[in-house]
Design a protein around this ligand. Structure first.
Ligand code: CTP
Ligand code: MN
Ligand code: MN
Ligand code: MN
Length: 368
């Protein structure tokens, strides 16, 4: 067994927040397959299985070159038996039967199409599927009751399933900045989410808003939304007020992915950018774009930026690492040291990584 005595080909750290994951990597044929299985598991509401496939894909994204043989993966973390079997099949035969049959399945395709409607989660999509709904168009003339978000989602289905370009994200940024400056001069906006990680396209545009004078940001969102609405720039919006102050449960509460900032999930009406491209002239002169706005007090800003930059797996592992390795509790508001029983302050992402004993990972390498 000479092979077993060879040192491992690659070394990869356990938690996604301990390693660099660039946007472009060398194993997309493998990661796309594993991510499809992760998506399918999520459609079946099997979160554990979904995260396992997502983690396996994420490990492959950090490898410096394309995997040729399954033996090269020896010793790597997060690669379970099932993931390894799928990888091996793809390396040997060019495709995995399980992945291809899942991709072709009626259930996967229907769930993909239905969860692609803004406002529709897995639970709703699954219920509709069991009632015979297969495509968004099946909902148009059906008895199904749709809430306002879902109605907007259905109405703008095509636009919202067309990628948002970086240029479009920047154009939205100009508008959001205008709105914010109009209602609170000196406020600052930061592009977060996938675009901050260097993505060239995304499914939405995420912004974080703050003001250097603590307290000035209070009640800002309704004013911003009202300004945008008055200009006719909003097709849909749902604002949720800050729930941090009135909630009694401290940082020791059960982990929840939801933060408690004042936020707005919206759909912008973005006038076309370039000098009227022909495909736009045929239909309308604007595009519906999903935009997420979040307002953070200045004292929590570093935690908010870190929490809203993603990726989702990177965030999940940051929190898991904080809890499991450092006995700390991290969320988008704060970092709590359970041993010292105190909150640790930070004014930059670098400081937060340092408090966690982690090497700083820049946003462009958080594409886990
Ligand atoms: N997020 C969050 N709470 C939510 C929704 C999102 O904290 N209710 C955070 C996620 O953890 C992520 C960031 O917001 O870090 C961006 O989420 P999202 O826009 O869904 O994903 P992106 O990474 O931006 O990818 P995409 O290009 O698909 O938008
Ligand atoms: Mn996003
Ligand atoms: Mn997303
Ligand atoms: Mn978002």
């Amino acid at each position: 067994d000479k092979l077993r005595l060879d040192p491992p080909e690659f070394t990869v750290k356990n938690y996604a927040c301990q390693r660099r994951t660039p946007l472009k990597h060398n194993n997309t044929h493998l990661t796309h397959a594993l991510e499809l299985l992760a998506e399918s598991a999520a459609f079946g509401e099997n979160e554990g299985r979904s995260v396992a496939f997502t983690r396996a894909a994420s490990v492959l994204k950090t490898l410096p070159r394309s995997v040729q043989r399954i033996e090269e993966l020896r010793g790597l973390p997060c690669l379970g038996e099932h993931s390894l079997r799928v990888i091996k099949e793809i390396l040997e035969y060019g495709a995995s039967q399980e992945v291809e049959s899942t991709r072709q399945s009626e259930q996967y395709q229907a769930m993909k199409a239905l969860t692609g409607i803004f406002g529709v989660g897995v639970k709703t999509a699954d219920r509709w599927y069991r009632e015979g709904v297969r495509r968004p168009s099946d909902l148009m003339d059906s008895e199904q009751k749709l809430n306002q978000a879902q109605q907007a989602g259905l109405q703008h289905y095509k636009d919202l399933n067309t990628c948002v370009s970086k240029a479009e994200a920047d154009a939205i940024g100009v508008i959001v900045d205008q709105a914010v400056q109009a209602v609170l001069p000196g406020a600052q906006i930061t592009l977060t989410g996938g675009f901050r990680r260097g993505k060239e396209s995304g499914h939405d545009v995420d912004f974080l808003i703050t003001h250097p004078e603590e307290g000035k940001e209070e009640g800002l969102m309704p004013k911003v939304v009202n300004w945008l609405d008055t200009q006719g720039l909003l097709l849909y919006q749902k604002t949720t007020r800050n729930s941090y102050l009135e909630s009694k449960d401290g940082p020791a509460r059960p982990p929840s992915n939801m933060d408690r900032f004042e936020r707005c999930f919206s759909i912008f009406k973005l006038e076309s950018q370039s000098c009227s491209p022909p495909e736009r002239e045929k239909s309308h002169q604007w595009k519906a774009v999903r935009v997420d706005l979040v307002v953070s007090p200045f004292s929590q800003f570093a935690f908010a930026v870190l929490g809203w930059t993603g990726s989702k797996l990177f965030e999940r592992d940051l929190r898991r690492y904080a809890g499991q390795v450092k006995n700390m509790s991290l969320n988008s508001h704060s970092l709590f040291d359970s041993h010292q029983r105190c909150f640790l302050r930070a004014t930059s992402e670098e400081e937060i990584f340092s408090l966690l004993g982690l090497e700083y990972i820049p946003a462009c390498d958080r594409n886990a």
